[in-house]
Design a protein around this ligand. Structure first.
Ligand code: AHR
Length: 503
């Protein structure tokens, strides 16, 4: 098979907001406890955080981490997590039917994010709590000193504010499973009032309003429109959530699911622009895809666990073990987010450790990289700069859900500072490799900096703590001649080609 990508230095989509490589830490399962935090572990630092996990998080390269939920946040009292640990209450977490010890709260999490070079994307509880708690936590985290909440933070050990810039106004408030679920009007009103007070407390912050918890919700699109009717002038982003599965065990259909993500983004952007037009507003609402991933491998096990051991601490919930085909889909989803970076400014892979995560840990033992770790690591560390408009001439296939699925999913990012154009590409074809030519118009191509490929595995192959075979390898087969770069993309492969160009 042959495919050709044409790009031109002058034709750009937008600059990538690094927050597109966000992830998510929820007080859920073993994400916090036994994941990032395990005081007795041999690598634990003085706060009890595992250094082996920290170094994997840094290697992944995520600059923004959503916290503390998720469904958990809709029943969370943030004040439970401050002050001396021995006084912190143990609470029933109704979202996941587990016990929350509150050993980790905002001070500990802020210290941890500093160590992993990330910022916090903080969610406030608009389920069981309201506008008062929302404005208080902004004051606690961001106000320097001289007020009740800022001085309490200082008393609790942090003289300097945490300066959290990005905030989520609740989580999935349309879902009946959510504590304090609301109608679009109810949510729109409380979100608008919370937003006003939070921004009055700190006008530097940016706010994300909840979109639908999925495009399959019966109220999808009208929820977005109603919520924005109430909040348009007070918020900056609208959220999108999606999880994919391959329950049908149909590889072609599964790898095509990034087309669903693309369509979802474009639909939500259209609703935002409809409200913009209706309000005659000059402001554009951007998108925060603050939950996306593959999630299904652990579903059956979770039902059993919750029945067998309700109210346990650190119950191993949502521990999907990802395989090679999942890594390929995650690659296609990352490319889709990049191609929409004019609208999607924030995105969070849900989640980061143990819970539907690229990083797994064993209590008292090792930490390791799942298959999905690699495309994310490649993109987060190398997909920075400006996404170029690309015209790709490529054969396509059809499957049950989609027509015209290109065999090659690809994107090119120009990093002016580094003098590099980075191309990410997934070959969805399981039978044939592809001769992939890239015509870099308007660039002076100086050579190939790197070509890394993840391929050659059984689609169901996984990584375990003792076998991390599903990992990329470097190749030297990409060639540059004049402005043309050529590489052979193996059947079913994730590829990163770094082209050196004159700055
Ligand atoms: O990421 C797991 C859960 O998925 C989150 O808690 C919730 O927001 C979503 O339904």
């Amino acid at each position: 098979m042959k495919a050709k990508m044409t790009i031109n230095r002058a034709f750009t989509i937008a600059k990538v907001d690094p927050r597109i490589y966000g992830t998510f830490v929820e007080h859920l399962g073993r994400c916090v406890y036994e994941g990032i935090y395990e005081p007795g572990h041999k690598t634990a630092n003085k706060l009890g955080f595992r250094k082996d996990v920290q170094s994997l998080v840094k290697e992944l390269g995520t600059p923004l981490i959503r916290y503390p939920g998720g469904n958990f946040v809709s029943g969370y009292n943030w004040e439970d997590g401050i002050g001396p640990k021995e006084n912190r209450p143990r609470r029933l977490d109704l979202a996941w039917k587990t016990m929350e010890t509150n050993e980790v709260g905002i001070h500990e999490f802020a210290a941890w994010t500093k160590d992993v070079n990330a910022e916090i994307n903080m969610a406030v509880n608009l389920g069981t709590k309201g506008i008062e708690e929302a404005r208080n936590i902004v004051e606690y985290c961001n106000h320097k000193s001289g007020s009740y909440w800022s001085d309490l933070r200082r008393k609790n050990g942090d003289e300097e504010p945490f300066d959290i810039k990005t905030w989520c106004l609740g989580n999935e408030m349309d879902g009946p499973w959510q504590m304090g679920a609301k109608t679009a009007d109810e949510y729109g009103r409380i979100a608008a009032e919370a937003a006003k007070m939070m921004k009055w407390t700190d006008d530097r912050i940016e706010l994300v309003a909840c979109g639908s918890s999925g495009s399959g919700m019966p109220t999808f699109a009208s929820w977005e429109a109603t919520v924005l009717e109430h909040t348009y002038e007070h918020v900056d982003y609208l959220s999108l959530h999606v999880y994919y599965d391959n329950r049908a065990n149909d590889l072609k259909g599964y790898l095509a699911k990034s087309l669903n993500m693309d369509n979802f983004i474009k639909s939500v952007a259209s609703v935002c622009d409809y409200v913009k037009a209706k309000k005659r507003s000059k402001k554009t609402i951007f998108l925060s895809f603050d939950e996306w991933n593959v999630w299904y491998h652990s579903n059956a096990q979770d039902e059993e666990l919750k029945e067998k051991d309700p109210w346990a601490e650190a119950l191993p919930l949502l521990e999907d073990v990802y395989n090679f085909e999942d890594a390929l889909l995650v690659g296609c989803l990352l490319i889709t987010l990049l191609k929409n970076c004019d609208r999607v400014k924030i995105a969070c892979l849900a989640q980061l450790v143990n819970v539907i995560a690229p990083i797994m840990t064993e209590k008292g033992g090792d930490a390791w990289r799942q298959t999905t770790f690699y495309p994310f690591m490649h993109a987060a560390n190398n997909g920075l700069g400006t996404v170029l408009t690309s015209v790709v001439d490529v054969p396509a296939y059809s499957c049950e859900e989609f027509e015209n699925v290109p065999y090659i999913e690809s994107v090119a990012v120009h990093n002016e500072e580094k003098g590099e154009v980075v191309i990410f590409a997934v070959n969805r074809n399981s039978d044939e490799s592809t001769e992939f030519d890239i015509d870099l118009q308007g660039f002076n191509v100086l050579g190939i900096n790197a070509f890394s490929e993840l391929s050659g595995h059984d689609v169901k192959a996984t990584n375990t703590k003792s076998n991390g075979n599903v990992k990329p390898r470097d190749k030297n087969t990409a060639k540059a001649q004049g402005n043309l770069v050529s590489a052979e993309l193996a059947p079913l492969s994730w590829n990163m080609i770094k082209v050196k160009v004159q700055s």
